[in-house]
Design a protein around this ligand. Structure first.
Ligand code: ZN
Length: 321
């Protein structure tokens, strides 16, 4: 039996047909901008499900369930999207609308939680019992899986690790507070830190690396410059890893997961430049515990597919727990 996952992203809506082992068997992609209203979203999900079955050569009767992941707040029990920043949709009773078109069970979940579930089953968290993902992207996302269950808190909002404040009077965050971790540890924050170093050191190797990239500051610029022996680039990397460490140590001290996976574009940097110094600093700053009980810090493995695979596996997860 197979599952269908729908990942409603910032620009694209991705749909995937996934088997019991989390393997993607077929995928489809479309622009979210074309989806005008709640009924159109339900219809799109229905049509994409049939398209995926057609692509793979199976029928809807071979599908256990459909899972939908979206950024923002969802009402899991009722199957509604309460709020998402990507679509002009509020309080959408998606399950009810979808069931006017199909009898397939439909589950809905926050996209970061979907990614965590995918990594837990088939990615960096395989074999873990208490697992947390931290995704370094535009912001910093998080997902917590405890003994096979996504940890939602009392209201579905748990796991927003990017909005723990690490500086009481720090940088402003769109959430309305100051000093949120994602203002220091996201890929966007790294770009800001790199741009600041560039303006202060226009004659550095870092400046040359950025000039060679058509003047475009990327999340990789500082790491590339550091590899070329740039002291300024190395300082940016060191400072960024210190910020990363502060939040990760906070998470570990509260939750003590057995495994914590780092995802997002920044996690593609080499182990020598990112993971190894991060592990060293986290070990030095976490509360002491037996070495063999220390949280394993690993890279997430599923990249951009984590959202769609995790959404699909929501149905498997329901059967397991
Ligand atoms: Zn915030």
């Amino acid at each position: 039996m197979n599952y269908i996952g729908i990942d409603i992203g910032g620009t694209n809506l991705k749909a995937g047909l996934v088997d019991e082992t989390g393997r993607l068997l077929a995928t489809r992609k479309m622009k979210v901008a074309g989806i005008a209203d709640p009924a159109a979203l339900a219809w799109t999900i229905h049509v994409l499900s049939m398209d995926l079955c057609h692509d793979f050569g199976c029928g809807l009767e071979d599908i256990v369930s459909i899972g939908v992941g979206c950024p923002g707040a969802v009402e899991i029990r009722g199957g509604s999207i309460l709020y998402t920043c990507n679509l002009p949709l509020r309080n959408v009773p998606l399950r009810r609308l979808f069931h006017q078109l199909s009898d397939l069970p439909l589950y809905i979940e926050n996209d970061a939680n979907c990614a965590a579930l995918a990594e837990y089953y088939v990615g960096g968290g395989r074999g873990s019992k208490r697992f947390i993902t931290v995704t370094l992207g535009t912001g910093v996302g998080g997902g917590i899986v405890h003994n096979g269950k996504i940890f939602h808190g009392s209201n579905g909002m748990a796991g927003e690790v990017g909005h723990m404040s690490i500086e009481m009077n720090g940088e402003e965050c769109p959430c309305g507070r100051r000093g949120c971790w994602e203002q220091y540890a996201s890929a966007n924050a790294l770009k800001r830190q790199t741009a600041r170093a560039l303006s202060e050191h226009p004659d550095s190797i870092l400046a040359r690396v950025i000039a060679e990239n058509d003047g475009h500051v990327s999340g990789q610029s500082a790491f590339i410059a550091a590899r070329q022996g740039c002291e300024i680039g190395q300082q940016v990397c060191d400072q960024y890893i210190r910020y990363l460490t502060v939040g990760i140590v906070n998470i570990i001290n509260i939750f003590q997961p057995d495994t914590l996976a780092i995802g997002g574009g920044v996690s593609n940097e080499s182990d020598e430049q990112l993971l190894l110094p991060l592990r060293r600093q986290v070990a030095a700053h976490s509360l002491p515990c037996n070495y063999d009980k220390m949280t394993r810090i690993v890279k997430a493995e599923l990249g951009n597919d984590a959202g769609v695979i995790g959404a699909a596996l929501l149905g498997k997860n329901k059967r397991m727990i």
